[in-house]
Design a protein around this ligand. Structure first.
Ligand code: PEP
Ligand code: MN
Length: 340
């Protein structure tokens, strides 16, 4: 249920609404938008509670949300959410590009890539220090040393960092280095991890599980939001289909669907969804055309030598070429990206 306040409602009105909600053993989550203040009511809501709320001073409207995710829903927050990280404005009209290698390998690789992607127009640097690998024998990342190298690249370029955290026990450490915490596809339903990143005040990107329907994905985001962290974005990274040629199947429709169902920014990852470098640019542009708020792109100084995901990594030159096309496609979009 959401309680929409009158435009002229007072702080006292809001306080007593919150008290009344909590008096029923429910939780109140307040969202102050440009247009209006909305209170999300979380918990098992008694049937007569809607009438009770409607009578309270300052209340304009009480809406029951039938969807299982509440805080992630468009109804709760009709305007699109905006997340600001460094110079990146995620959720606004211009797509934000986050780029860098699959995994952090050494200082030279990280700093060279950071400089190259920044020069081409990326505003967030990616790089995995904790890597979820299908095989336990593959390179699983540099861990804390990798986080330190990300920090060096950040100092050199000023680019904020997005990096994956795989375990609840690592959240505090990773949060000291990361500007955006990434929840990988394989961990989308690791509820203890979602609770833990929800307890931080760092922006979180929740990647779609490879077999997750939209509702389960939005419920994963709901965990983070319900823990009190309002800075959540989603990332479509391809789903499992029957096709073997591509690594996964990019669900381009997920982008406008998420924008209809949710206010959370939606990022597209054409690297993991395709698995092949020469498919990255066309699929990235398709995602931008579909309204994506941003892209997550793997870039490596020498993809042939990459310790992880070289086949889908762009060279600096190919990344430059992609960046030269993103703006033109984005400016051809007509409907406002955040329209419901
Ligand atoms: C990644 O972005 O580094 C990654 C491992 O992606 P995914 O979780 O989507 O497979
Ligand atoms: Mn990768």
């Amino acid at each position: 249920m959401i309680v929409v306040l009158n435009r002229d409602s007072t702080k006292e009105n809001l306080d007593s609404i919150q008290k009344r909600i909590e008096g029923h053993g429910l939780r109140a989550q307040i969202s102050t938008g440009v247009e209006r203040t909305v209170v999300g009511v979380l918990g098992s809501i008694p049937s007569e509670f809607k009438d009770e709320m409607e009578l309270m001073p300052g209340v304009a409207e009480v809406v029951l949300i039938s969807k299982p995710y509440k805080l992630a829903s468009r109804e709760f927050h009709p305007e699109g959410s905006i997340i600001r990280v460094g110079n990146a404005v995620i959720g606004g009209p211009d797509p934000v590009v986050m780029a860098g290698p699959c995994s952090v390998e050494d200082e030279e690789q990280m700093v060279a890539t950071a400089k190259a992607v920044k020069k081409a127009g990326a505003t967030v640097l990616r790089g995995g220090a904790y890597k979820p690998r299908t095989s336990p024998y593959s390179f699983r990342g540099m861990g804390l040393d990798g986080l330190k190298l990300l920090n060096i690249a950040k100092q050199e370029t000023g680019l904020p960092i997005i990096t994956e955290v795989m375990s609840p026990a690592d959240v505090d450490t990773v949060a000291q280095y990361a500007d955006i915490l990434q929840i990988g596809a394989r961990n989308m339903q690791n509820y203890n991890l979602l609770d833990e990143v929800g307890a931080t005040r760092k922006p979180v990107m929740v990647k779609r599980g490879m077999s997750a329907p939209y509702e389960e994905w939005l419920l994963a985001a709901e965990y983070v939001l319900a823990a009190g962290n309002s800075q959540v974005m989603l990332c479509e990274r391809g789903i499992r289909g029957f096709e073997q040629f591509t690594r996964f199947t990019m669900d381009v429709a997920a982008i406008p669907v998420i924008q209809r169902l949710s206010h959370l920014p939606i990022i597209a990852d054409p690297s993991h969804s395709t698995g092949k470098w020469y498919l990255v640019t066309p699929v990235a542009l398709a995602a931008v055309a579909a309204g994506a708020h941003g892209l997550l792109i793997e870039v490596h100084p020498n993809p042939d030598l990459a310790k992880c995901d070289g086949a889908q990594s762009l060279t600096f030159e190919n990344f430059d070429s992609l960046m030269g096309q993103v703006g033109a496609v984005a400016s051809a979009r007509q409907a406002p990206v955040n329209a419901s």
